[in-house]
Design a binder for this molecule. Structure first.
Ligand code: ATP
Ligand code: MG
Ligand code: MG
Length: 352
């Protein structure tokens, strides 16, 4: 096929459209927001809500294959697209990844460790769950959280501290996760082709600031055993979901050399942006190759690097970054910067 549909027109959709254009695919974005970042690159935008049936059907009719840039595409919309066109990754990946409870149940069900967790729907259940985890844990909304939003940390809490907490979180389904005493956080970007072939980039080591990814460093400071284990876990997830496309898998790496999966993102991932600067093939191109049924290509890295997110006022660093010789600057075309808004990223290659 030669036309690729992308649900979601943010920076990830934009970077997917750029990779698609380089391989001569046309792209159509489904996105309600006018002047979205992806439109500057894509061939066309269908301006419709993600659950708008007419918009979805128009996209399905116009595209050979359809993908998405975010995991909160309504499941019904994903299923509608899958009925009328070819949708990769499959709708099942949306179903699993858009609820932290089903995500952890799925992972544990295929033998992959996560934080211990308890589903929580009211303050009494929260009090009991906190008690079970010794008064500490992270309470998260099961759905729609990102960049650390919709989370509350408890440390040494008493049952009484649960009072009112669920209402403060918006009276939505919640999950309490036990605190994982991780040494580092790493992530693997992996891809699976239509023929079942699997490839993975080396893990990045991730630092978050105020809940938002700040830097990804490659190589991560973990042993080769941990590198291989993380890639193998990503591969098992891809197989279990009969997945096609790129996935991002976030891990907690513990001091004893074991790994727990924090969460999975059924899409290209912020912690994989470094690949565009330090590898021959980026995560975006890998995704396009995979969903289009092409050869997957090589995930080899030619340089070590650090990717830094440019968030809000960080945009002011751009002139200085552009003056650096071994730094790739990538901006998302967003007109206004706001606190916490991802404006771009820069990848510094470590050479010599
Ligand atoms: P993203 O933007 O990556 O989707 P998110 O809002 O889904 O983020 P999480 O990845 O669940 O949030 O958590 C954000 C960060 O909070 C993690 O990267 C980690 O640093 C910390 N964290 C989350 N859960 C736990 C846990 N169970 N134990 C220890 N730290 C945790
Ligand atoms: Mg998340
Ligand atoms: Mg996360």
């Amino acid at each position: 096929g030669s036309t690729i549909g992308i649900v979601g027109g943010g920076q990830l959709g934009r970077m997917l459209a750029m990779a698609a254009a380089r391989l001569s695919y046309r792209t159509i974005i489904l996105e309600p927001q006018v002047n979205c970042p992806a439109l500057q690159v894509a061939n066309r935008q269908i301006e419709a809500a993600y659950d708008d049936e007419a918009g979805l059907d128009e996209l399905a009719a116009a595209c050979d294959v359809i993908t998405y840039e975010f995991e909160n595409v309504p499941l019904k919309a994903g299923e509608r697209l899958a009925d009328r066109a070819t949708l990769f990754p499959p709708a099942r990946a949306l179903e699993v990844a858009q609820d932290r409870l089903t995500e952890k149940q799925f992972l544990n069900g295929i033998g992959i460790e996560t934080a211990n967790f308890v589903a929580v729907d009211d303050d009494a259940e929260l009090a009991a769950a906190l008690d079970r985890f010794g008064g500490s844990g992270i309470l998260k909304t099961r759905r729609l959280g990102y960049d650390g939003k919709g989370q509350r940390l408890f440390r040494g809490a008493a049952a009484a501290d649960a009072a009112g907490a669920c209402a403060e979180m918006g009276s939505v389904p919640l999950i309490l996760e036990a605190l994982v005493p991780f040494e580092r956080e790493i992530s693997v970007i992996a891809g699976r082709g239509r023929d079942g072939a699997i490839v993975a980039f080396d893990p990045a080591e991730n630092i978050h600031r105020e809940g938002i990814l700040s830097t990804s460093t490659v190589p991560a400071h973990v042993s080769t055993d941990v590198v291989e284990a993380a890639k193998a876990i990503a591969g098992r997830i891809l197989e279990a979901l009969d997945y096609v496309g790129v996935i991002g898998v976030e891990f907690f790496a513990l001091a004893d050399g074991t790994l727990k999966v924090n969460e999975i993102a059924p899409r290209v991932h912020n912690s994989g942006h470094w690949t565009e600067a330090a590898c021959v093939m980026s995560q975006f191109e890998l995704h396009i190759r995979a969903i289009a049924g092409q050869a997957l290509g090589s995930t080899a890295r030619h340089s070590d690097c650090v990717m830094e997110n440019l968030i809000g006022d960080d945009i002011g660093k751009v002139p200085g970054l552009l003056a650096e010789p071994d730094t790739l600057v990538h901006l998302y075309g967003k007109a206004e910067s706001r606190p916490g808004r991802k404006m771009g990223h820069a990848t510094r290659l470590k050479r010599g």
